[in-house]
Design a protein around this ligand. Structure first.
Ligand SMILES: [Zn+2]
Length: 343
């Protein structure tokens, strides 16, 4: 197999559909944020928060890291740095998940935080960002509805979808139905994290009960052929994030082993089975990865250069952009790919 040169993964035009702004905070930025609030963090304190562990530890680390985001200026700082990191990697477009649930939990003003981060990111040229307002599942249906309401209230072309993350085992899917019905009635796009640590049944329930349009992760479907066929028949994209699944222990949990490696990840089999899949970094700084690295891993997992191009194109195709904007993005993607000699 002809292998793709290392620099191409960065140079290749890309879109990213599953990436959390708060998961993009580099350790050095965290130290800077903490200092703004009079807290001195040592490397010994931050390092374990960025280390591999269990899914429960990951959730705990996410909450701890975000505790240093205390207002609009903090969100503006991380948004600008995040947009710059995407620009460096030739990411043309991203749908960025914002943990609005965390802002509410800390009695912050999501509208002020959002305006500040959106404006800061918009100053970075060459990358277009849209936002997904995200609730935290284990905190319950009522706070999830609060996030849905503010998404509708602040509605603008920048807010592209509503989603739920966190611990998918923390609340039965059916409890979220009224929230998703409300969001659908408002004409907003909908997605959810499911089948990350949970089984195939949670993916199926999310599609059948909540009518979601994309699934965050979805690797749990690897355990059930019928659910894989169901996802393919419904054409519901799975936003696959391999390094995340290794670092949180989610893949090991799915396959019932103490550890798991890239060679056990279902991405290549999903792809070749015809499941709609996209590739993302999830929480790039927390997992010490980038979306470019994820393409390199996918290539090492056996995807050919043609398949890598198809996978990269899928993130544009499955974005929530309207037809005109999507066409324009796809044109840029195709001309970038042709310039790199990948087709
Ligand atoms: Zn995620």
């Amino acid at each position: 197999m002809k292998s793709i040169p290392e620099n191409v993964f960065v140079a290749m035009p890309k879109a990213e559909l599953h990436v959390h702004l708060e998961g993009s905070i580099a350790p050095s930025t965290l130290v800077e944020l903490a200092a703004r609030h009079g807290v001195t963090l040592t490397p010994e304190e931050t390092a374990p928060r960025y280390a591999p562990g269990t899914f429960a530890q990951f959730i705990e680390n996410f909450i701890w890291i975000t505790s240093f985001l205390r207002g609009p200026k903090d969100y503006a700082l991380i948004a600008r740095r995040f947009a710059e990191s995407l620009q460096r990697q030739n990411v043309l477009y991203a749908e960025v998940t914002l943990s609005i649930g965390v802002m509410f939990r800390r009695n912050q003003d999501p509208a002020a935080n959002f305006a500040a981060l959106r404006d800061a990111a918009a100053e970075v040229p060459g990358v277009q960002l849209k936002y997904i307002f995200d609730a935290v599942r284990q905190w319950g249906a009522a706070p999830a509805m609060d996030v849905a309401r503010i998404a509708v209230e602040l509605r603008s072309p920048d807010i592209i979808a509503y989603g739920i993350g966190g611990d998918e085992l923390g609340l039965p899917t059916i409890d979220l139905r009224p929230v998703y019905e409300f969001v659908a009635a408002q004409g907003m796009h909908r997605l959810i994290h499911a089948g990350e640590i949970g089984g195939p049944e949670i993916v199926r329930e999310s599609i059948e009960l909540l009518d979601v349009e994309r699934i965050g992760h979805g690797i749990g479907v690897m355990r059930d052929e019928r659910t894989m066929d169901f996802v393919a028949a419904r054409n519901i994209p799975l936003e696959v994030c391999p390094t995340s699944n290794l670092r949180t222990g989610a893949l090991a949990r799915q396959i019932g082993r103490p550890t798991a490696g890239y060679d056990q990840h279902p991405l290549p089999s999903f792809f070749r089975r015809g499941l709609p899949v996209t590739l993302s970094s999830d929480d790039p700084s927390m997992f010490e990865t980038t979306v470019s690295d994820e393409y390199r891993h996918a290539h090492q997992m056996g995807l050919t250069s043609r398949e890598i191009v198809q996978l990269a194109e899928a993130s544009f195709l499955h974005s929530f952009l309207g037809p005109t904007e999507k066409r324009a993005m796809l044109d840029k993607f195709h001309s970038g790919i042709a310039a790199l000699g990948l087709v």
